[in-house]
Design a protein around this ligand. Structure first.
Ligand code: SAH
Length: 240
């Protein structure tokens, strides 16, 4: 009798653990679906590839465990070392602005959590991403590997120089703000390539700039006011 009760107790426990696990999973899927409807589609994002990627990538796995429940909120979130993962809408807006195709090769400066890189990797062929803070870069690399991404390459280093060995890129996205657009990044844009980059001083409102290289000429357009963490140099990182 005791054995049977004990056995059914264990069974019940297993059942509850599985169902709690499943409902948690559903909860995040629901939150993500709601995020896409109310923050992404309702605000005018139209590119089906971007919408699909935002629907697919589990954003809660890119933020610290204690704030997972807030991962789908309409705001940026801290990811450690004073850095942030951008608000979902900003990620979608910048990705859409790049007008990506499946054969594209993309470069990201500022890997952070790896979330933006994952969104890009759902759409393009290859994503090269550079992070200056070693711990963030290594964590993101490990996370993306565990999630099965084989088309994302994470480099620890200074994004000012770009990634000349892998250039040219069809799309470049910068997720930290320099005061001036780094020349090497413009040089590493392919013909017909697009770059989206916030430009401005630390802590003040910055301009989100969209650039296109057409017949060797650069076309520049300011598309939105934003606030990003600063793009820093290796010397500045050591001094901080
Ligand atoms: N795209 C990220 C968010 C990045 S926050 C995400 O999806 O989570 C901006 C990141 O840029 C920070 O992690 C910061 O360390 C990094 N960064 C700042 N200056 C840099 C530089 N010169 N080169 C590369 N990364 C830099």
């Amino acid at each position: 009798m005791f054995k049977i009760t004990y056995f059914s107790f264990i069974l019940l426990l297993i059942f509850f653990t599985i169902s709690i696990g499943a409902s948690r999973k559903d909860l995040f899927t629901d939150l993500r679906e709601r995020m896409v409807t109310t923050q992404i589609i309702a605000r005018g994002i139209k590119d089906p590839k971007v919408i699909e990627a935002m629907r697919k990538v589990p954003r809660h796995l890119f933020v610290p465990e204690n704030i997972r429940g807030r991962a789908y909120d309409d705001r940026p979130l801290p990811i450690g070392e004073g850095q942030t993962i951008s608000q979902p809408y900003i990620v979608a807006f910048m990705t859409e602005a790049l007008n990506l195709s499946s054969g594209d090769k993309a470069l990201e400066i500022g890997t952070g959590s790896g979330y933006q890189a994952a969104i890009l990797a759902e759409i393009v062929k290859e994503v090269y991403t550079i992070e200056i803070r070693p711990r963030l870069g290594e964590t993101a690399r490990e996370r993306l590997k565990e999630m099965g991404y084989k088309n994302i390459f994470v480099e620890i280093g200074d994004g000012y120089k770009g990634w000349p060995e892998k250039a040219p890129f069809n799309a470049i996205i910068v997720t930290c703000a320099p005061e001036k657009i780094p020349r090497p990044l413009i040089d590493q844009l392919a013909e017909g390539g697009r770059m989206i980059i916030p430009v401005g001083e630390e802590g003040s409102i910055q301009e989100l700039v969209l650039m296109k290289k057409e017949k060797g000429m650069i076309i520049r357009e300011e598309v939105m006011k934003v606030l990003f963490v600063p793009m820093i140099t290796e010397e500045e990182l050591k001094a901080r």
